[in-house]
Write a protein that binds this ligand. Structure first.
Ligand code: XIL
Length: 381
């Protein structure tokens, strides 16, 4: 096999990715048949590249997207080794009214699909203060809160026992806007049980599904502003308190909703934080990676380059960190992204935060993700 050095590899894989559209699996077969062996490995998929370097790669998706969009489904099969439900495991999707039986049909569809294609599934999420049915505002109080939360965790964990790679047991427990010393958010769960709700949640989830890895998932941990510093500290302290209570906890999920031109990226702070988490003996999962282009220029080539630059800054750190096991993007194709709803551009143009474009073609962001993974494999040699 002809050896390509890193520079040749990079320029070769980007120029190919830019010119070759990959709409279907059959399409890839055809295109790849014309490539030499080195090209073939460069073109495989993010999942294949990640796997070679000992990492898992996947994306958050919706069941409806898999069901109704063949090109998307094929892209997911090609690029992903892990799936997360974007919304189907959130409480309000499973149940609207008190005492109503949980409807797992959409969530099951994703788990079945993942198993059929040999992919792992990350459960998102058991305890959160958003995406829950409104009736909880009336029913959760210091007397009832614990039983309600425990019953919910058991319902989900037992339904999928033995099938989940990991659960985001608690999502976003820290919010410094409450101005508490410990940084904890005063959510309905906190108001009902105090900080102990975290311990109860992890213990319950672990008992119900001892095989699943237990993850604490949090946002706002990457950038360099003071509020990110505060959040990193609060999260580290929260993790340490759980560990000193002997709570089952395996990994920190770092959501990683990045953005272009918004925040300073301070490499040392972020690397220091990853090291601190690793020193606690925890693994690290990147759980919700995307790059918000809300404030980027309208021009697509320039915008895609800025998004790719941000992916690159981040990936170069992540792929080389020994505690990182997994990278999951929040969506896979720009055709389906929460950014259009949650942080739309003022000019009304569709957001482009993900590795594939609206037609499932690989973007510059895809190239830099694959290049960083490739660099990791070389470093390991
Ligand atoms: C978002 C989904 O992407 C949206 O479709 C939904 O309307 C709101 O939730 N952090 C999380 C995710 O942990 O669950 C959120 O998902 C995005 C931010």
């Amino acid at each position: 096999m002809k050896y390509l050095n890193r520079r040749q590899f990079v320029s070769r894989s980007s120029s190919l990715a830019a010119t070759v559209a990959v709409p279907t699996l059959a399409g890839i077969g055809c295109t790849e048949a014309k490539m030499d062996e080195a090209d073939l490995s460069a073109k495989e998929s993010i999942h294949a590249q990640a796997k070679k370097g000992g990492l898992q790669f996947g994306a958050a998706i919706l069941a409806s997207q898999l069901k109704n969009d063949r090109a998307f489904r094929e892209a997911v099969i090609r690029e992903c080794g892990v799936l997360t439900h974007e919304n189907e495991l959130k409480w309000a999707t499973l149940q609207n009214r008190e005492n109503q039986e949980y409807n797992f049909s959409k969530a099951d569809y994703i788990v079945d699909f993942a198993e059929e294609h040999n992919m792992a599934v990350r459960g998102h999420t058991l305890v959160w203060h958003l995406g829950y049915p409104k009736y909880l505002d009336q029913t959760v109080n210091p007397k009832s809160g614990r039983d309600i939360m425990v019953a919910h965790i058991e319902e989900l964990s037992k339904h999928y026992a033995g099938r989940m790679h990991s659960w985001d047991v608690v999502n976003e427990a820290i919010d410094i806007k409450y101005e508490r010393e410990d940084g904890l958010a005063e959510t309905l769960w906190f108001k009902a049980m105090g900080e102990e709700y975290l311990d109860i949640a992890f213990e319950t989830a672990h008992k119900a599904d001892p095989k699943a890895l237990m993850v604490y998932n949090e946002n706002g941990l990457v950038y360099g502003r003071e509020r990110h510093d505060k959040k990193r500290k609060a999260v580290l302290d929260l993790l340490k308190r759980r560990l000193s209570n002997n709570i089952p906890l395996d990994a920190l999920g770092i959501q990683s909703h990045l953005s272009i031109g918004q925040h300073p990226f301070e490499r040392d702070k972020f690397v220091g934080f990853l090291n601190d988490v690793a020193d606690l003996g925890l693994r690290i999962y990147i759980t919700e990676l995307d790059v918000r282009d809300t404030h980027g220029p309208a021009d697509i080539a320039t915008r895609d380059q800025l998004v790719a630059d941000e992916y690159k800054r981040f990936m170069e750190i992540i792929v080389d960190h020994p505690a990182v096991d997994m990278i999951v993007t929040w969506g896979l194709s720009d055709k389906y992204t929460w950014i259009n709803e949650w942080a739309p551009r003022l000019d009304g143009l569709p957001a482009r935060p993900l590795p594939l474009d609206h037609k499932m073609r690989r973007k510059k962001g895809w190239d830099v993700i694959v290049e960083s993974l490739e660099a990791r494999q070389k470093n390991d040699l």
